[in-house]
Write a protein that binds this ligand. Structure first.
Ligand code: AMP
Ligand code: MN
Ligand code: MN
Ligand code: MN
Length: 279
């Protein structure tokens, strides 16, 4: 099967290496179709496209949009979008404008836990201050010796519902899907197994997304266990979603899988790339 890795991050959001380096790593690890999908920005796509083309790897311009659905921060991937689309650009700029203030609030919550200097510390880890996020706080907490690992920082302070987590305002589901479709892309629910919903609310996300014209769901991802892959493969078949595959790479040595290292999609699913022309 095609080695498609359609979810990864660079220093333009909360990844640790720049787009050209992510491209080289993806290529070296056998990726044939690669998407850079930074959070809420298209700014890394030009560098990524140039690097991929030099390597002879098919590049899929993408973005991971932060939305708020029923009080939970959900991620919608826009795959194969036109980076020049003005409405998508404007919508993302609007999301970014709320991130800095939210980071101040996370800093305040950490101070209430007895941890000083969180906001300034996270800011030092963010290459792009308008994309400051929880990963930068996690890096600060590890650097400052408060936590042993990033995972521990999320478990103790930053994960959904934990003491220092402030939910991203983000866009609405309606807006995100409309921007993606308007930019000629495919809307895909990222890592559906990760959201802390009760089953009924999770299903209402899937049906609302489907009704709005959302096409796909991430099935094989570094965020899912094998059981979750099987579970969401069933959901995709039931709703008629196309299936995506992406490592959600952030940094060498971090996360469960590296670029290009995922298992194939389960059988009986239509891959999101089935109607893309490339190569
Ligand atoms: P933000 O956009 O600031 O809400 O941060 C979300 C990012 O934090 C995600 O894209 C992941 O990179 C990371 N993240 C969220 N939850 C976890 C977790 N439980 N463990 C590790 N990383 C996480
Ligand atoms: Mn991230
Ligand atoms: Mn995500
Ligand atoms: Mn991601």
């Amino acid at each position: 099967m095609l080695n498609a890795d359609l979810h990864s991050h660079s220093t333009f959001s909360d990844g640790a290496i720049p787009p050209a380096e992510v491209a080289r790593r993806a290529h070296a690890r056998g990726v044939q179709w690669w998407a850079l999908s930074d959070h809420d920005t298209l700014a890394g796509l030009a560098e990524a496209a140039a690097a991929a083309s030099e390597l002879g790897m098919v590049f899929v311009p993408s973005v991971e949009i932060s939305i708020n659905f029923l009080g939970v921060s959900v991620h919608i991937l826009g795959l194969h979008i036109d980076p020049q689309d003005a409405r998508l650009q404007a919508g993302l700029a609007n999301i970014r404008s709320a991130r800095l203030e939210r980071a101040r609030q996370i800093g305040d919550r950490l101070r209430a836990c007895g941890i000083e200097g969180g906001f300034e510390g996270a800011l030092r880890h963010a290459t792009n201050p308008s994309l400051i996020g929880r990963v930068h706080f996690a890096r600060f907490l590890v650097d400052a010796g408060v936590c042993d690992t990033m995972q521990q920082a999320f478990e103790r302070y930053l994960g959904d519902g934990k003491r220092a987590c402030v939910v991203m305002q983000g866009a609405s589901l309606e807006d995100a899907v409309a921007w993606i479709l308007g930019a000629g892309g495919k809307a895909v629910i990222a890592h559906p197994g990760r959201y802390p919903y009760k089953p009924a609310r999770r299903r209402s996300l899937f049906s609302a997304f489907k009704d709005l014209g959302g096409q796909g769901m991430e099935i094989v991802t570094g965020c899912h266990t094998q059981e979750q892959c099987r579970q969401y493969a069933r959901v995709a078949r039931e709703y008629g979603f196309e299936a995506s595959r992406g490592s959600d790479f952030h940094a060498p040595g971090a996360g469960r899988v590296d670029l290009g290292g995922l298992p194939d999609l389960p059988p009986g699913l239509v891959p999101v790339w089935h109607d893309w022309v490339g190569g």
